[in-house]
Design a protein around this ligand. Structure first.
Ligand code: ARG
Length: 413
């Protein structure tokens, strides 16, 4: 059995059941590249301040590169005994380099290490999601030319209200997604602050250079000034950056869910406004005629877990005293799940938006009913000098007459 990284003070081995209960390697292994990047920056800083020789650092860098390719080729051995990704990589380093590997954790704790890794992961994930949202915006924008002369009924209370151009609908979604992207960018600024150097909770007596690490890991502002967490208790214990990301993810999911709901309605025989691309629909095993909008339904359905994840994270941190508490390990499954879910929804939405077709004849028929021209008629009366309240009353009475005789407004003399 491998000795624990903390074995010095212990006389007893860890119970197997505890190892299974406390492990996070099953889900934090996806932080391997961020952990290695953080370790390389840390080692280079240790050279810079004289706590490590350049040769030791070179050995560490090449061993870490080797470990990274072993992980990426699928040959890396994982074991619950080694708890998490940080201990796995460190152990693999020590196995390769002995005492030189044992120097890497100088002036560092897993508490500032895990906060750094998670911030690096959030930053990268925000950038990936932003690119996917931009693609989805393009999908909506590209529809605008083809649909530019298509007039749709606009709804309030899901009752026909006023006519609007189809691109007006598409651009409404672009605006929502634009604000989501702004929120991501804003969240990224608070994510992009270096916790490393805070050590376990109180910093270190060793002469480290945090700005050096911040610059090599890109924890910098737009003017390239290093962004370093000011308080070590705060830096190791707070996950508000992760919660903020989870919140932005929940809002994106909400936006996609309302769009999915609308398009599910529009693709029913009752509405019949929209033909979804068949490649994005599924059939029924018993009813031969069915073409179901499962992708849209799952987009709506998956929103539930993204909201649930945010709730779980909010509750997770609500009672934690300073500084690091092991509870925080529970942040990752929820955050990872929200990101994976929302990214998948955004990525599948783009081709669906591009491939759907408006059913113009059915839409035109619907425009003819519901007195969508009433507001415009009222505004024409206002233009002729009729006070708004009076014009509203007059047109209201006209609509009443049309309804009573089953006519359109334009049928009235
Ligand atoms: N796996 C832990 C986490 O995700 C890493 C930090 C462990 N620190 C500790 N003091 N046990 O939070």
């Amino acid at each position: 059995m491998a000795a624990k990284a903390w074995s010095g003070v212990f006389n007893e081995a860890t119970d197997r059941r505890v190892e299974h209960f406390t492990e996070s390697i099953s889900f934090d292994r996806r932080l391997y590249a961020h952990d290695i990047a953080g370790s390389i920056a840390h080692a280079q800083m240790l050279v810079h301040v004289g706590l490590m020789t350049p040769d030791e650092c070179r050995q560490i860098e090449s061993a870490l590169a080797d470990i990274q390719s072993q992980i990426e080729s699928g040959d890396f051995p994982y074991s619950t005994e080694l708890e998490d990704i940080h201990l796995h990589i460190e152990r693999a380093l020590i196995d390769r380099l002995g005492d030189t590997g044992r120097k890497l954790h100088t002036a560092r704790s897993r508490n500032d290490q895990v906060a750094t890794d998670l911030r690096l992961w959030c930053r990268e994930s925000i950038d990936r999601l932003d690119a996917a949202l931009l693609d989805l915006q393009y999908a909506f924008v590209h529809r605008c030319d083809a649909d530019r002369d298509c007039i749709l009924p606009g709804y309030t209370h899901l009752q026909r209200a006023q006519p609007v151009l189809a691109p007006h609908y598409w651009l409404a979604y672009c605006e929502k997604l634009q604000r989501d992207r702004q929120r991501l960018a804003d969240c990224r600024r608070r994510v992009n602050v270096l916790p490393l150097g805070a050590a376990a909770l109180a910093g270190t007596t060793l002469p480290i250079d945090r700005d050096h690490v911040a610059k090599s890991l890109g924890f910098v502002d737009p003017q390239q000034a290093p962004q370093v967490a000011a308080n070590s208790l705060d830096a190791t214990s707070d996950r508000d950056f992760a919660l903020e990301f989870a919140f932005v993810l929940a809002l994106i999911a909400e936006h996609l869910s309302t769009w999915a709901e609308e398009w599910i309605l529009w693709s029913t025989s009752e509405f019949n406004f929209l033909r979804l691309p068949q490649a994005f629909c599924t059939g029924s095993s018993i009813m031969p005629q069915k073409v179901n909008p499962d992708v849209l339904e799952l987009t709506r359905g998956k929103t539930a877990r993204v909201i649930g994840n945010l709730q779980a994270l909010l509750v997770l941190v609500k009672g934690l005293p300073l500084a690091y508490n092991r509870d925080l390990q529970e942040d990752k499954p929820r955050l990872f799940d929200s990101f994976d879910t929302v990214l998948a929804c955004v990525e599948i939405a783009a081709p669906l938006v591009a491939g759907a077709q408006l059913n113009r004849p059915a839409i035109a028929e619907r425009l003819d009913r519901g007195h969508l021209d009433a507001t415009t008629l009222m505004e024409e009366l206002i233009r002729c000098g009729v006070p708004q309240r009076t014009a509203h009353e007059i047109v209201g009475r006209l609509v009443r007459q049309a309804l009573d005789h089953n006519l359109r407004l334009s049928d009235l003399p």
